[in-house]
Design a protein around this ligand. Structure first.
Ligand SMILES: [Zn+2]
Length: 467
C-alpha cells in the first residue's frame, strides 16, 4: 500500500495449493494520502533528508527551529506536512511561499504549500518555526526537551517537535541542537550518533531506516542516575544506557537487560540497532528505534519493540497492531491454544489511511490471534515463534502492512489465513464490516486493556515532569 511494486514472483512448488506474490519493495510514500483541496491535490511529502537546527534560548524561553528538507512528491500537487510548532516562514527551492492549514480527510490539520510541484523531482523546503512552549521545559539557565511520543489513543510522533510526514516515510535526519546564553551543563540521551562541537552544541545523526516514530532525543539539565554497560550481542557489542531519577530503578533495569537481550536475540535473531537507551520513568511507555521511555515492569515489552515495531516498522495505523500483538503474546508467555472460532470479530487492521495510531483492541485481540495461530502452526511447522524470527530477518529496517504480514505468514506456512484475517483483523465477514473498533477519541488518555503489560501513554503533565 505504501511501497512501489518492484518485482513480483510466483512462489510455487513447495507451497502446494497456496500461490502467492512475493514482493520486493522500496520506500515510496504512497499518494494514498493525497486529497482534493480547492480544485487541486494536496499530497504528502516523501522526505529523503532533513537537517534540523534547533536554537534553544532558556532566558527568552524560546526555541527556534529551522528544517531544511529534501523531498519528492509522489504525485503532482501541493505538498503538505505535519507540524505542531508555530510556522514563521517557508521557502520552496529558495522562494518564499505561503502555507495553508487545512483539514485532511482524517480530520487532522496539515500544512499545505501554496505551490504545486510535479511528481518525482527533488525539491528543497526550508521551514522556520518555533517549538511550542508545551513541547519543552525552560528552567533557570537550562532546559528539558524530550521527543516523547505515543502511538495509541490520539498519540503523536515527531511532528510534535519538527516538520514530518507519515510514519511510512523513512528519512535521514541530522539534528543540531544549540543552547544560547547559558553554559550550564546538560546531558543528552539519544538513539542517534552524537558529536559535540562545544559544551552547549550537539549534532546527532540517525540511521536512514528510521521513521517519524523512531527518533529519540532527551536534552536535559536534570541530574539523572545513569548506568552504562555493553551487552555482547550475537553480531556485535551493544552499548546500553539506562537512566532514571531513581538510582534503584536504574540499577534494576541495567541488571535485567542482559537476560532480556539474551531471550530476544535467542528468539528473534541479532539486535538491529546501534545502541539501546532506556529512560526508566516509572510510568508511561513508548518504543523508539533502540530506545524507550518505560516503567521497569514494561522494559521487556518495550525492548521487544526494538525487533517488532521499530525494527520491522508499521506503515501506518492499520499495521500498528502487528507489533503490539507480538509484544503482548510475549508478555503472556507465549500461550498456544484455540481455533479461529475462539476469536472475536474485530477490526484492528483496516483503518483509514489517515489514521496514524493503533486501536487499544490491538493488544488483547492481537495477543489472542497469535495464540490461535501458534496452535495452528504447531506440529510440523514448530509454532509461530520461528516464523516470526524469519519475519524479522526478512523485513527488518522495512515498513510492513497488514497485507505484507499475512502474505509472509501464508507463504512461510502454506496456510490460507484469509478466514482468520478477514474476521479477526480486518473486521469483515460475509455480513460486511463487523466488530469495528475505532481508535480512541481525541483527548482520551491511553489506557490499554487490563491484562496487558503495556503501560498507559504518558500524559502531557507527566512528560513535563520527566524532562
Ligand atoms: Zn507495545
Amino acid at each position: 500500500m505504501t511501497r512501489l511494486l518492484v518485482m513480483s514472483a510466483l512462489i510455487v512448488g513447495l507451497l502446494g495449493s497456496v500461490t502467492l506474490n512475493a514482493q520486493v519493495t522500496i520506500d515510496v510514500v504512497s499518494p494514498i494520502r493525497a486529497f482534493d483541496l480547492d480544485g487541486a491535490r494536496a499530497v504528502p511529502m516523501n522526505v529523503q533528508n532533513m537537517t534540523l537546527d534547533l536554537t534553544i534560548d532558556p532566558a527568552k524561553k524560546e526555541t527556534v527551529g529551522r528544517a531544511t528538507i529534501q523531498f519528492q512528491s509522489p504525485e503532482a500537487g501541493r505538498p503538505y506536512f505535519l507540524l505542531k510548532g508555530i510556522i514563521q516562514s517557508v521557502q520552496l527551492n529558495g522562494q518564499l511561499i505561503g502555507v495553508q492549514p487545512s483539514e485532511n480527510p482524517g480530520d487532522e490539520t496539515v500544512n499545505v504549500l501554496s505551490s504545486a510541484v510535479p511528481p518525482g523531482i527533488n525539491q528543497t523546503l526550508q521551514i522556520d518555526y518555533l517549538i511550542t512552549v508545551d513541547a519543552i521545559s525552560y528552567r533557570e539557565g537550562g532546559v528539558g526537551f524530550v521527543t516523547a511520543m505515543a502511538d495509541i489513543s490520539d498519540g503523536n510522533f515527531f511532528e510534535e517537535y519538527a516538520p514530518a510526514s507519515y510514519e511510512d516515510d523513512q528519512l535521514k535526519l541530522i539534528l543540531n541542537a544549540s543552547l544560547v546564553g547559558t553554559d550550564k551543563p546538560h546531558q543528552i540521551f539519544t538513539n542517534g550518533t552524537v558529536t559535540q562541537p562545544n559544551p552547549t552544541s550537539w549534532s546527532i545523526e540517525f540511521p536512514p531506516y528510521f521513521t517519524t516514530s523512531s527518533f529519540y532525543v532527551h536534552l536535559t539539565d536534570t541530574d539523572f542516575e545513569v548506568r552504562r554497560s555493553t551487552y555482547p550481542g550475537v553480531e556485535k557489542p551493544i552499548p546500553i544506557t539506562v537512566y532514571s531519577a531513581s538510582a534503584r530503578a536504574a540499577d534494576e533495569a541495567i541488571a535485567a537487560l542482559p537476560e532480556l537481550f539474551s531471550e530476544l536475540e535467542g528468539d528473534y535473531g541479532p539486535y538491529l540497532h546501534g545502541s539501546f537507551t532506556a529512560f526508566i520513568s516509572g510510568s508511561g511507555g513508548m518504543e523508539h528505534g533502540g530506545a524507550t521511555i518505560t516503567s521497569l515492569a514494561a522494559l521487556g515489552h518495550e525492548l521487544t519493540h526494538s525487533w517488532f515495531g521499530r525494527g520491522v516498522m508499521p506503515s501506518g495505523g492499520s499495521s500498528g497492531w502487528i507489533d503490539e500483538a507480538i509484544a503482548t503474546w510475549r508478555d503472556r508467555d507465549y500461550p498456544r491454544s484455540g481455533t479461529v472460532e475462539d476469536l472475536d470479530p474485530a477490526n484492528i487492521g483496516n483503518l483509514s489511511p489517515f489514521e496514524r495510531f493503533t486501536p487499544f483492541a490491538a493488544y488483547d485481540q492481537g495477543g489472542d490471534l497469535l495464540t490461535v495461530m501458534d496452535n495452528l502452526f504447531a506440529g510440523n511447522l514448530g509454532g509461530l515463534k520461528s516464523v516470526l524470527r524469519d519475519f524479522f530477518s526478512t523485513w527488518k529496517t522495512r515498513l510492513v502492512s497488514t497485507e505484507d504480514f499475512q502474505n509472509f505468514l501464508q507463504s512461510r506456512t502454506a496456510t490460507n489465513l484469509d478466514p482468520i484475517f478477514e474476521t479477526a483483523v480486518l473486521g469483515r465477514n460475509t455480513a460486511g464490516t463487523v466488530g469495528t473498533t475505532p481508535p480512541a477519541e481525541p483527548g482520551q488518555v491511553g489506557v490499554p486493556p487490563a491484562g496487558t503489560l503495556h503501560p498507559p501513554s504518558l500524559t502531557p503533565e507527566e512528560i513535563r515532569d520527566l524532562r
